[in-house]
Design a protein around this ligand. Structure first.
Ligand code: DX5
Ligand code: ZN
Length: 213
């Protein structure tokens, strides 16, 4: 079954509880985008917001770090109760160490790459990952247009994961909507992140069910 991870970046921050409840009832996890204004040219939100969501979340927290030195904050996210912690491959010079550290801290570990980074750059680390986030837009902003190359990148990565007989889930992030969800799932995606498509729609719960393909 495809898992849907709504991106809270597109939620209504003045009525955050309502959007958290929608995810609790209709989706599978909370996608939390952490941007530091250095790794990406945007700043999102930090620990106070993550802790507030964690306090009422009944679904796992799926944290996507877009920050430099992600290894510095692993323990802190573990203490908040985060289930899945992912960072960009080019955000640290010791990715293997950081992945191991995330697992030791009791979380599922994930690597993220932008659309211009070859899928093959992930291969040395696949055995240390529980999931991979393939960006289908350039990390930094919600509401961007989906990049069509993504289908081919999923197929390439999926073939390598299967060849190695690993249990690594492929998560797709950026511009995901009901119109492309079916094709993403068919290509091998198991987790779909969607911000604008869910929270800017008239009926987020129905949109979540449409995303399941
Ligand atoms: C972009 C973030 C995404 C973003 C997705 O840097 O990683 O998670 O919130 O938003 P949409 O679904 O609007 O493209
Ligand atoms: Zn994200």
């Amino acid at each position: 079954m495809t898992l849907i991870s709504p991106s809270m970046l597109a939620a209504d921050f003045l009525h955050l509880e309502k959007d958290v409840e929608m995810v609790n009832q209709h989706a599978d996890m909370f996608h939390l985008d952490i941007m530091d204004g250095t790794f990406v040219p945007n700043i999102s939100y930090g620990f106070p917001v993550v802790e507030a969501i964690a306090s009422i979340a009944r679904k796992p927290l799926d944290v996507h770090l877009m920050i430099v030195h992600p290894e510095k904050y692993i323990e802190r996210f573990a203490r908040i109760g985060v289930s899945m912690l992912s960072f960009h491959l080019n955000a640290t010079d010791k990715p293997a160490q950081a992945l191991l550290h995330i697992r030791e801290a009791g979380m599922k570990a994930g690597l993220v790459i932008n659309p211009d980074m070859p899928v093959e750059s992930l291969y040395p680390y696949l055995h240390l990952c529980d999931h991979i986030i393939l960006m289908s837009v350039y990390a930094g902003f919600g509401g961007q247009k989906f990049i069509e190359d993504t289908y081919e990148r999923i197929r390439t990565l999926k073939a390598e994961i299967d060849r190695l007989q690993l249990n690594v889930k492929i998560e797709i992030d950026g511009g995901v909507c009901p119109e492309n969800a079916g094709k993403l799932i068919e290509a091998g995606a198991e987790i779909l992140v969607a911000g604008s498509a869910v929270f800017k729609s008239d009926d987020p719960a129905t949109t979540v069910s449409l995303l399941r393909g």
